[in-house]
Ligand binder design. Structure first.
Ligand SMILES: [Fe+2]
Length: 170
């Protein structure tokens, strides 16, 4: 027998949904609260998923700068908003408007060539980044918790309340 879903049923569903939405805003021009990650690399946190492990952010990389070689333990989705970038390990280049899906385990070095413009890409990253040297030896890692701590430390450095970031945590 088919059960009819009524408005009451839907309201009951919503009343037990304890996770609320995250609303975040990124100022693309004023970068004070964008968090330094490496030389010429900043990230603007939008969502910290401490429940399932992952985060969403904008990544900014200046011309001539790079994110060291790493692989991901889970999937990554990216959408380039500004500039262009590439991985020396692959033969394609992402431009403004390019979407990319990366499967787990795919190792790459994110490079923005000298002489161009800054790149900004929106990334949805699950799991963690595992950094390796050229021989494949693990040299470090990042996950939602290290990113959260980096963001909190930056907020302290610029005189902002680290507790403001709690609104981005689920
Ligand atoms: Fe990556």
């Amino acid at each position: 027998m088919t059960k009819t879903i009524t408005t009451t049923t839907l309201n009951q569903f919503h009343s037990v949904n304890l996770v609320t939405e995250v609303i975040a805003h990124a100022d693309m021009e004023d970068r004070e609260d964008w968090v330094p990650l490496a030389d010429g690399v900043l990230f603007k946190p939008l969502f910290f998923d401490v429940t399932q492990g992952g985060w969403s952010n904008l990544l900014s990389v200046q011309p001539g700068c790079r994110l060291p070689r790493h692989y991901h333990t889970a999937t990554v989705h990216g959408f380039t908003i500004r500039g262009s970038w590439h991985y020396p390990e692959h033969d394609w280049t992402a431009h403004a408007g390019t979407y990319i899906f990366e499967p787990p385990g795919e190792a790459h070095t994110l490079v923005v060539d000298d002489g161009g413009e800054e790149m900004v890409t929106f990334f949805v990253t699950r799991g963690s980044l595992v950094f390796t040297d050229a021989a494949g030896n693990v040299t470090g890692y990042e996950d939602v918790f290290t990113r959260l701590e980096q963001a909190r430390a930056h907020y302290r450095n610029i005189g902002k309340n680290p507790a403001d970031l709690d609104a981005l945590i689920r």
